[in-house]
Design a protein around this ligand. Structure first.
Ligand code: HPA
Length: 246
């Protein structure tokens, strides 16, 4: 599908409550059957292309990962005709090839979250939807993001297994070892149920994950010192990739 026919939304994560360079056209508050979204949806132009922006943790960064109303957010995007979603996620790095500072375009997910409203098949509709989640991310969008990174000259890792933990606490070192044994290369708290809900509503969804710290027990520095050191660098790379993508 040509870019003109797709409607793109960016869901901002930690470090991204605003989208630099976005010429704001309008803000829309959306009432959904699932409650409130993380905030109003912002429609604007980035590099001449109209996009929608929604900061997952709220415009003032007040909503923790387990309290994000993922269903309302995804439903609201769909209700505005959005077809493609780039989710920005700050994550911890587990694998040797995912050190702090690098951007990863994951291709797989393992969901360790619990107690989140994770489906639109909530028993109130006639059909239960068993979505195919073999490939949780849109391969087309992954390929496009990878070539955008090349265009922007940003070094990335082209695949990864994103472990989604409940948070908001960080993990113990033993938990990270377990995640590594499971095959995970990254850890974050917001990748699910967002990706599953997007698939349920037929949205093309991809994650642009940037590593801000070594996972617990892996780095030399204290985790928060890592985050302080690498958050800005990661954001800078993500912005460059998004600009090239658009
Ligand atoms: N663990 C879980 N979530 C995270 C991390 C982490 O180390 N870093 C950023 N988000």
């Amino acid at each position: 599908m040509s870019k003109e026919m797709t409607k793109l939304a960016i869901i901002g994560g930690t470090g991204m409550t605003k989208l630099d360079g976005l010429e704001i056209i309008r803000r829309e508050a959306v009432y959904t059957p699932y409650g409130e979204t993380s905030g109003f949806l912002i429609f604007g132009k980035l590099n001449e292309r109209e996009i929608c922006f929604l900061p997952r943790h709220g415009h003032s960064y007040t909503i923790p990962p387990h309290k994000v109303n993922y269903r309302a957010n995804i439903w609201a995007l769909k209700s505005f005709g959005i077809t493609d979603v780039i989710a920005v996620n700050a994550v911890g790095g587990i694998a040797k090839n995912t050190p702090p500072g690098i951007v990863v375009i994951p291709d797989q997910i393992i969901d360790y979250t619990y107690g989140r409203e994770h489906t639109f098949s909530d028993g109130n509709k006639p059909n239960v939807q068993h979505i195919d989640f073999t490939k949780p991310y849109s391969e087309e969008l992954r390929i496009e993001l990878i070539s955008a990174a090349e265009k922007a000259n940003v070094e990335i890792v082209e695949d990864g297994v994103y472990a989604v933990t409940q948070g908001p606490r960080l993990e113990s070192a033993a938990e990270v070892n377990r995640l590594e044994n499971d095959g995970c290369t990254l850890i974050g708290m917001t990748g699910m149920p967002e990706a599953g809900l997007a698939r349920e509503l037929g949205l093309n969804y991809v994650s642009c994950a940037f590593v801000v710290n070594w996972a617990a027990g892996r780095g030399e520095l204290d985790i928060h010192a890592d985050i302080e050191k690498y958050l800005n660098k990661g954001m800078h790379s993500v912005r460059a990739i998004l600009k090239a993508f658009i």
